[in-house]
Design a protein around this ligand. Structure first.
Ligand SMILES: [Fe+2]
Length: 119
């Protein structure tokens, strides 16, 4: 059973036809440069790139997590009003895999997105 099946994490159904809810919540993943095994590279995860997400006490993004396959890499906790849900992680991996980002909205739950990492 995958993580998505176990905990009902939201994903974009069709990237060519995203709803406004999906645009506000999908964690977009950007890989910097040309990653190589065993060397640090940057991964930026941006929630609200497609459409700005609210950033106030009543409605905000709580954290952004980054995984490679099932391996946890890092988490960034966010403080509404003071931090933008756009985070750059510096990571080092041993080989290719699927980079997966998760984010939690205090009103709309958990969302994920992923990209293939080729080294
Ligand atoms: Fe939200």
């Amino acid at each position: 059973m995958s993580i998505e099946q176990a905990t009902s994490i939201n994903e974009v159904k069709d990237f060519a036809n995203m709803t406004d809810l999906e645009k506000k919540h999908v964690p977009m993943i950007h890989i910097g440069g040309t990653p190589r095994a065993g060397e640090f590279f940057e991964v930026t995860v941006w929630v609200g790139e497609q459409m700005a997400h609210p950033n106030e006490a009543e409605h905000h993004i709580e954290f952004i997590d980054l995984y490679l396959d099932d391996r946890f890499l890092s988490r960034c906790d966010l403080t509404w009003g003071y931090t933008d849900p756009k985070v750059t992680f510096s990571v080092r991996v041993d080989g290719p895999g699927r980079l997966r980002a998760y984010e939690r909205c205090n009103l709309h739950g958990d969302w994920t997105n992923s990209v293939e990492l080729s080294l």
